[in-house]
Write a protein that binds this ligand. Structure first.
Ligand code: PGA
Length: 236
């Protein structure tokens, strides 16, 4: 059974998000699809969506707090309003564009794991590290587990090479297999691949040994494409 996640990033409105969620829910119900599906809308589009249990709505980010003075952030008081208990942590855009350090990420992980949240935890190397070879790549990735409880029961991992995110350049099946088998030998958790996953390559990627699903940005934002992605992976 595949795990398929859509990260909206800074896309969609309340209106288009609710249409999207409804359509995905309808598709899953009417086709009896049992894949585990996650959608991460913008925080402003959160709502009490009516979905089947296999369609989960999570947040792309939140602060490690219930409430308080953290301008621009949200905490569990806001998440509880919409019964959200799934969060993405460690995404490369938060690490590299928003400047989150490993220490801050580990703090966030500890806070949300303490509360029992389902966490999709992202790791992945920049191009200059990839070019130094597999050993350096793995070393870099392992450093992103510093302070992270890899035995946490509600943990899903996502390997997302930074050079593949939003670039249209997907990692090769060989690259994915190399990193996934190394990670899988150390950490027994579901492991998604992310980075330019598309309608046409999602099945091949998700069929690889050691790949339990995909975390998808760009190619997931058009509803017809996302449903095609679900269709292409429904029997895996
Ligand atoms: P992408 O993004 O599919 O647009 O490469 C993936 C991600 O950032 O999760």
């Amino acid at each position: 059974m595949a795990i398929i996640a859509s990260n909206f990033k800074t896309n969609h409105t309340r209106k288009t998000t609710s249409y999207f969620v409804e359509e995905v829910n309808k598709y899953l119900v009417s086709n009896n699809v049992s894949s585990d599906v996650y959608i991460f809308p913008t925080s402003t589009s959160l709502d009490k969506f009516e979905t089947i249990p296999t369609l989960n709505i999570g947040v792309q980010n939140a602060y490690a707090t219930q409430k308080g003075s953290f301008t621009g952030e949200i905490g569990t008081e806001q998440l509880d309003e919409f019964d959200v208990n799934t969060i993405l942590i460690g995404h490369s855009e938060r690490r590299h564009i928003l400047g989150e350090s490993q220490e801050e990420i580990a703090k966030k992980f500890a806070f949300y794991s303490e509360l029992g949240y389902k966490i999709i935890y992202c790791v992945g190397e920049p191009l200059e590290v990839k070019e130094e070879g597999l050993e350096k790549t793995l070393e870099y990735i392992y450093s992103q587990f510093e302070g992270i409880d890899i035995n946490y029961e509600n943990l899903i991992l996502a390997y997302e090479p930074i050079w593949a995110i939003g670039t249209g350049v997907t990692a090769t099946l060989e690259d994915i297999t190399d990193v996934h088998s190394a990670l899988k030998s150390k950490i027994e958790k579901p492991l998604l691949y992310g980075g330019s996953v598309k309608v046409d390559n999602v099945r091949d990627i998700c069929s690889l040994h050691g790949v339990d699903g995909a975390l998808i940005g760009t190619a997931s934002w058009i509803i017809e494409d996302f449903i095609q992605i679900l269709e292409n992976t429904k029997d895996l």
